[in-house]
Design a protein around this ligand. Structure first.
Ligand SMILES: [Zn+2]
Length: 217
């Protein structure tokens, strides 16, 4: 069985290896330009493993991953990602989430730059990647928030809604998206699928033109 497929929280060492592997995979799919993005996993001692700030995710080594506590405070003398607070918020609301990926999806940036409101994905076979979705005949709304550098404000904005999201994803306009899963394998699959569907939406728009209304709400 792949080390990426796990049954719950893992050791810090396993988490660090999984995070490095995720970085190489996402870099190969153009979802990790420069030092963008941040990744984390729930650790079996109650702490969290997260990428330290400022490293290229395609070239991560295990020393670039660090421990933080449930409040996002560093448990070792390294600088955690600026967006650590958003990771700990997801873990707090989703006890079954053991891995989180935040990527600067180019498809997500262009799509949300063109259209306002939440991203709506409908009719895609690939929607079945989400837990509980068994058919393409659904409309899935991806909560979409405006970009900001004020992470506490963004966390506060998300707080009332995050526990009730239809799928384990939210989008940040002009920036990228967050996705979480029960292990790194599931999380990577959803990450690829979301980026793929955002890219397809973009292609549809290219041919159909911008909707007057009702396409995105
Ligand atoms: Zn980011």
């Amino acid at each position: 069985m792949s080390e990426l497929i796990t049954n719950g929280p893992v050791s810090f060492e396993t988490a660090a290896r999984n995070i490095c592997e995720a970085g190489r995979i996402l870099d190969s799919k153009a979802m990790a330009p420069a030092t963008s993005g941040n990744y984390s996993m729930r650790v079996d001692d109650g702490s969290f493993a997260i990428t330290a700030s400022g490293f290229h995710k395609g070239r991560l080594i295990e020393d670039n991953v660090m421990r933080v506590d449930a409040e996002g405070k560093a448990l070792e003398p390294k600088k955690p990602s600026a967006e650590t607070l958003l990771h700990t918020q997801i873990y707090r609301h989703y006890p079954g989430a053991n891995a989180i990926l935040h990527v600067h999806s180019g498809n997500g940036v262009v799509l949300t730059r063109l259209l306002g409101g939440d991203v709506l994905l409908a009719g895609y076979e690939m929607l079945k990647v989400f837990p509980g979705v068994n058919t393409h005949e659904v409309k899935v709304r991806l909560k979409t928030v405006d970009n900001t550098q004020d992470m506490p404000a963004l966390a506060e904005l998300l707080e009332p809604e995050i526990a009730g999201l239809a799928v384990p994803v939210y989008v940040i306009r002009d920036h990228g998206f967050y996705v979480w899963g029960k292990d790194m394998d599931e999380c990577l699959n959803m990450c690829e699928a979301v980026d793929h569907m955002l890219g397809l939406e973009l292609q549809v728009l290219t041919f159909k033109g911008l909707p007057k209304k009702g396409f995105f709400v």
